[in-house]
Write a protein that binds this ligand. Structure first.
Ligand SMILES: Nc1ncnc2c1ncn2[C@@H]1O[C@H](COP(=O)(O)OP(=O)(O)OP(=O)(O)O)[C@@H](O)[C@H]1O
Ligand SMILES: [Mg+2]
Length: 279
């Protein structure tokens, strides 16, 4: 009871007095990513495509933010802007208090396919990102993660000798080995069968929370979003704008499989489903 009182008072104090970052800009220390009225138009031979329009949202430090929306609405585009692969046409994006470009190295990407190299062992795959980025002293951390998450005995095996779920865990550990502030997950379980997905979601959720990472998780699967995330952003049809934000704080302390048992699970599902159906 006492703890709760103290922590809510602290939150108020933090909110009331944003601190100044090195550039002199005011910024609340609990926001890692901020989009302010961001729009992006792609230009190619067939013309212009307005992918996102005046999109504003925040990702708090330590938060697992889900992003759902119709196919082609601009979800991958949002991740590409955060990681500075593409620049917005207008609006402002900050990552860790600076521009997305300056924070590029703070992002780690995990995609639908695990993209492990079949000719490299698991340990070589896991260390690849650190080698490319010329990061020293990450070997022990990467190997400790493999041990901690049940892959220690597979260091010298090749990806083809692992199950799909194990390969996705290796891919996540490879991303974590480069010490990203922010994980960007773009439909990372899309290639796995339903049974495997349930278990990998459990594992990946535990890894992200144990390692205290912030993550933006794009998925088509509403149930998966509800079982993994702290908050879900529902995007409209293209051009993407925020249709609704669903706060999952009532179930966020539960593990993914336990959330599916919660009576609130179906309520969240119906709410998100209706919003996606334009109802
Ligand atoms: N490089 C590009 N050049 C031109 N148009 C693009 C490019 N990338 C994406 N688009 C267009 O922008 C829109 C948004 O694409 P995006 O890939 O962000 O959608 P998405 O929500 O991730 O889709 P999905 O759910 O199918 O993965 C689509 O209409 C797409 O055709
Ligand atoms: Mg996409």
């Amino acid at each position: 009871m006492e703890d709760k009182k103290i922590s809510s008072e602290n939150t108020c104090v933090k909110g009331a007095f944003p601190f100044l970052n090195g550039t002199g800009n005011a910024l609340t220390d609990d926001v890692l990513v901020k989009f302010d009225d961001v729009s992006l138009t792609y230009h190619d031979k067939s013309g212009e495509t307005l992918a996102i329009s005046d999109l504003s949202f925040e990702v708090k430090r330590g938060e697992l933010l889900g992003v759902v929306g119709p196919s082609g609405c601009g979800k991958t585009t949002v991740l590409s802007i955060i990681s500075s692969i593409i620049k917005p046409s207008s609006g402002n994006v900050t990552v860790d208090g600076t521009t997305a470009e300056e924070s590029r190295d703070k992002c780690g990407y995990m995609l639908q396919r695990d993209e492990l190299f079949p000719w490299l062992t698991i340990s070589q795959n896991v260390l690849l990102g650190t080698k490319i980025k010329k990061m020293k002293g990450r070997r022990d951390y990467a190997f400790a993660l493999l041990d901690k998450y049940g892959l220690g005995d597979f260091k010298n095996r090749y990806p083809s000798q692992l199950s799909g779920g194990m390969r996705q865990r290796v891919a996540l550990i490879r991303t974590l080995a480069t010490a990203p502030e922010l994980l960007l997950l773009d439909e990372p379980f899309g290639a796995l069968d339903f049974q495997t997905r349930l278990h990998v979601v459990e594992d990946v959720h535990a890894i992200i929370k144990n390692e205290k990472k912030t993550a933006v998780f794009v998925t088509h699967d509403i149930s998966e979003a509800i079982s993994m995330c702290d908050r879900i952003l529902i995007l409209s049809e293209r051009p993407a704008t925020v249709k609704k934000t669903v706060n999952l704080s009532a179930i966020k302390e539960l593990k993914p499989l336990d959330r599916r048992e919660s009576p609130l699970f179906q309520k969240y599902f119906e709410d998100i489903w209706k919003n996606l159906q334009n109802k």
